[in-house]
Design a binder for this molecule. Structure first.
Ligand SMILES: C[S@@+](CC[C@H](N)C(=O)[O-])C[C@H]1O[C@@H](n2cnc3c(N)ncnc32)[C@H](O)[C@@H]1O
Length: 273
């Protein structure tokens, strides 16, 4: 029985818990400036009551709290250890504006109509029941409140240079594997209708392009870290050729000045009217 009803639990990460938390940090920060720019474009303002669902180790919350000093921010996650980590990022003064809730996104237990803005980052691709989560977010938002889902879509996931013959087949395998486990790495494309179905209106969609020349290579190095894929190689989900190709990407990004990479995040938004 999986209480998360999702494909993500940090405790199961093949690289170990601490390395996974570090990976989440780098991944959250690589496009943050642009994500935040879009959040503002979608209407995020200081003073709003904010809920971050699936806040994990709290790095996004930390940024939100710095940039929006008058906003009360709730971080919600089902993972107790990640929540403790998130709490540890805030000193006593900063804690006055934040609170932490251990609950599932499907049934938060939060009062209805209580938030101005909900952010869900890299959560929906993991959810077995994304429609139920969207409905719950609709419930807790105030009328006029907005949700923004930041996620990926493997169809436009990204590119590496030099181009890699195996990139498409590897991506397809991860898409299929995630699908079989009950998640959806193609979720980006279906977010507008997901929000629509949950009752949201004024739906909008944006993308954020993160390029290693501009954001640095670290985020991409952790993304392609061969250690994350060793299990898939052992279980033969990835062929030896495909596994070597991933290792080569990480190696080239570290050592070859002619190598670079780009990754796309999708941001979908809607309002509870
Ligand atoms: C990939 S992490 C993303 C963390 C953070 N939002 C970020 O962007 O770095 C996904 C998070 O969703 C949480 N999660 C997974 N299933 C959940 C559920 N059913 N309810 C609440 N949180 C859940 C996990 O514990 C984890 O912290």
């Amino acid at each position: 029985m999986n209480p998360f009803h999702s494909t993500y639990q940090a405790g199961n990460a093949s690289i170990g818990w601490s390395a996974e938390v570090q990976r989440l940090k780098v991944q959250a920060m690589m496009g943050w400036e642009k994500e935040y720019r879009n959040l503002q474009w979608f209407g995020l303002k200081d003073g709003m009551r904010i809920l971050e669902v699936g806040c994990g180790p709290g790095f996004v919350m930390e940024q939100l709290a710095k940039q929006l000093p008058n906003s009360p921010i709730t971080g919600l996650d089902l993972d107790e250890n990640l929540l403790k980590h998130a709490e540890g990022l805030f000193d006593e003064q900063a804690k006055k504006n934040v609170d932490f809730v251990q609950a599932s996104v499907y049934g938060t237990g939060l009062p209805e109509c209580s938030y101005d803005f909900v952010v869900a980052r890299m959560l929906f691709l993991h959810l077995h029941k994304p429609e139920d989560a969207a409905l719950e977010m609709w419930r807790v938002l105030k009328p006029g409140g907005r949700i923004v889902i930041i996620d990926i879509d493997d169809g436009i996931f990204g590119v590496v240079q030099p181009d890699l013959e195996e990139f498409q087949s590897i991506t397809k395998k991860f898409t299929d594997m995630q699908g079989k486990a009950g998640g959806n790495r193609l979720i980006g494309r279906s977010l507008p209708r997901l929000l629509q179905k949950a009752g949201f209106q004024e739906i909008d969609l944006e993308t954020v392009a993160v390029h290693s020349d501009l954001a640095g290579v670290e985020g991409f190095q952790v993304q392609f870290d061969a250690k994350r894929f060793e299990g898939f190689n052992r279980s033969r989900l990835l062929s030896t050729k495909e596994f070597s190709a991933i290792s080569e990407v990480a190696e080239r990004l570290s050592n070859d000045p002619h190598s670079y990479a780009m990754m796309i995040f999708v941001m979908a938004s809607g309002i509870k009217v």
